[in-house]
Design a protein around this ligand. Structure first.
Ligand code: NAG
Ligand code: NAG
Ligand code: NAG
Ligand code: NAG
Length: 318
């Protein structure tokens, strides 16, 4: 009996250790996962003409807007607007011209949502002074505009002194304006890829501030296909793979393996009777039963059941 209790407690220990290490693995996994961008829906939009799909834009998009209020000198606290995944790109264009010397060819993704709201993303790749020297052949995002219809969403923008506002920075793509151009750009026939969350200042004026928040970004412009092209990873995501999850995962795997192997070795070395008592469904059942039957036969010689194994199974057919 003491032997059995001993075996039980050891088995419980091993099981507990196994459970504990599994729980540990789950906790590590979840707490690590929590630091990555949340899993809300990612929108994907395309703009096409007869020459193919020029813009493909995938992202989680939000804006933070501050606005002026009647009777208040200060701007409102920022209001977050999540661009719905169902926003449509109907009024976008693959080919428009920004007049200048020379003219700049521009492609525009216009996302319309909530009936009256919209935001625009303007891309160019023509020779211009945007970005660092040598980037001229790259496509880049040089202009973002958001149209906020305060009145249509009064509860989000209480007390606004205007009915609506277009947030944008005045940008002349041919004279080197446009801070955004130095953030979102990629070589021709490449896809700009940036999984990290990024904030861009769209405009900061006394009568309004707008930030664009993006994550899980994949963009290509001046393309002819909606298939993703060669990835060009943004600087934020170019760091070598974070070692923490790898190390933690390896450690947990080793811990689980050691516990499991230790338990199995221990189990193999248990006398079959103990195994039967601790787990009647084990593979050792037959051995255990054969031993028991030997004992029974020796003691009483009465039970010569032709199916001794079935006695232990209430669900057995016999
Ligand atoms: C399609 O491509 C051709 C050749 O590059 C160009 O001449 C034409 O203007 C393009 N069509 C549109 C709608 O951009
Ligand atoms: C596209 O723009 C035109 C002119 O601004 C407008 O009349 C039309 O309703 C827009 N279409 C969509 C689908 O938003
Ligand atoms: C803004 O207003 C539109 C139209 O009334 C509505 O569909 C949308 O859900 C509103 N958005 C929010 C965040 O309340
Ligand atoms: C709203 O307030 C701002 C700043 O106080 C002011 O410049 C602007 O003219 C006002 N607009 C309206 C429509 O009252």
């Amino acid at each position: 009996m003491g032997h059995l209790l001993d075996a039980l407690s050891h088995q419980n220990m091993s099981l507990r250790l196994l459970l504990l290490s599994t729980a540990f693995a789950v906790i590590i996994d979840q707490s690590y996962g929590a630091s990555s961008p949340s899993a809300s829906p990612i929108g994907k939009w395309t703009v096409s003409d007869e020459n193919g799909t020029c813009i493909t834009f995938q992202a989680m998009l939000s804006f933070k807007l501050s606005y002026t209020r009647t009777g208040d000198q200060d701007l409102s606290p920022p209001v977050t607007i999540n661009v719905p995944v169902g926003a449509h790109a109907d009024n976008s264009t693959c080919n428009t011209v920004f007049p200048g010397d020379p003219d700049i060819k521009v492609q525009i993704l216009r996302l319309s949502f909530w009936g009256t709201w919209w935001c625009e993303f303007h891309f160019t790749k023509d020779k211009n002074k945007l970005g660092a020297p040598g980037l001229q052949q790259y496509f880049n995002l040089f202009q973002v505009i958001i149209y906020a219809d305060y009145v249509a969403n009064r509860t989000l923008f209480p007390n606004s002194n205007a009915t609506s506002k277009e947030y944008y920075q005045t940008v002349n793509p041919s004279n080197g304006d446009g801070a955004l151009a130095q953030i979102l750009f990629a070589a021709p026939q490449h896809t700009f890829v940036c999984p990290s969350k990024q904030d861009f200042l769209v405009v900061q004026n006394p009568d309004g501030v707008a930030y664009l928040l993006m994550s899980n970004v994949k963009v290509q412009a001046f393309a002819t296909t909606s298939d993703w092209m060669t990835s060009e990873i943004c600087p934020q995501d170019q760091t070598p793979d974070d070692p923490i999850p790898v190390v933690a995962g390896a450690l947990i795997a080793v811990l689980i393996a050691v516990t499991l192997i230790g338990y199995l070795i221990y189990r193999c070395r248990l006398p079959p009777e103990t195994l039967h008592k601790t787990n009647p469904n084990s593979h050792f059942e037959e051995v255990a039963f054969d031993n028991q039957i030997d004992v029974l036969d020796d003691e009483t010689s009465s039970e010569t059941d032709s199916h001794p194994r079935l006695r232990n199974h209430p669900n057995g057919k016999h």
